[in-house]
Ligand binder design. Sequence first.
Ligand SMILES: NC(=O)c1ccc[n+]([C@@H]2O[C@H](COP(=O)([O-])OP(=O)(O)OC[C@H]3O[C@@H](n4cnc5c(N)ncnc54)[C@H](OP(=O)(O)O)[C@@H]3O)[C@@H](O)[C@H]2O)c1
Length: 279
Amino acid sequence: MAKGSFFDQIGIIGGGQMAEALIRGFLEKEMFFPKNILVSEPLKERRQYLEEFYNVKTTEDNKKVVEERNLILLAVKPQVMGKVLDEIKDKINPKKHLILTIAAGLPLSFYEKRLPQRTKIVRIMPNTCALVHKSISAISKGPYVEEEEVSFVEKLFSVVGEVIKVEESYMDAVTALSGSGPAYVSLFLEALIDAGVRCGLPRGISEKLALSTLEGTIEMIKKTKKNPYEIKAMVTSPGGTTITALEEFYKKGFPGIVIKAVKKAYERGKELSQLLEEK
Ligand SMILES: NC(=O)c1ccc[n+]([C@@H]2O[C@H](COP(=O)([O-])OP(=O)(O)OC[C@H]3O[C@@H](n4cnc5c(N)ncnc54)[C@H](OP(=O)(O)O)[C@@H]3O)[C@@H](O)[C@H]2O)c1
């Protein structure tokens, strides 16, 4: 078993962005030898790139991946997942295979309906920060997965950042918060940069100040274990500039907007899961 892991080989179906981030992490952390990673991917140029750059094996045949590997990572878009499951279902042996999926919005029941009974499935929701190994990945296991297998999956996904175990019923909320989160944070950052420019700063300086302030604040919250309220209070002197800005945020309902927006994403996620489930 490569590097003392539960499985020494992995098959990945879909060789896109997320798959690549994970492959990079697996190789950097020596979770698998390159030749033990088999990726199926329809695009020839993409297969060539993965082979040349990472030295992994590739194929265009999804069934081959399931025939040759016991640990399978499904890394295709949710819209094509039904088709992929139809293709591979006859090759799945519930006693042998452990199926991992990172598709957003598809509940475990989606796979359970389409794969043989008692198939072991783990659902993982990483975020795009996986590309720089700063993801937070939430994981939920299906009923037939053993605890030691979950621990193994936690270790696997720790190559792209932090991992947290959650009940599956939380997954739509996770998607709305940390799945979409990088977009919310980027929007706030963009506005903050524009605000600096509005106050007369050159854009480059404004960008540096905004990014660094965000990074520093997060680091401070993590290291001091103070909550965001306490950090806010630390910066807010009586009658000063910060409280004047905060007053404006509150007047315009900023916290309420954030809550409502994330709740909308949560509801939309549920709606989309329902639509995919019915397909
Ligand atoms: N990116 C994120 O931030 C993020 C975060 C959380 C979860 N996820 C989930 O991760 C999964 C992959 O996302 P991604 O961003 O990596 O997408 P992506 O870059 O589009 O990767 C999907 C890959 O699957 C390939 N593919 C398409 N049809 C296939 C088939 N029938 N059999 C095998 N491979 C097939 C695609 O090839 P072609 O390009 O040739 O179509 C593409 O290379 C999605 O389910 C997404 O919901 C992504």
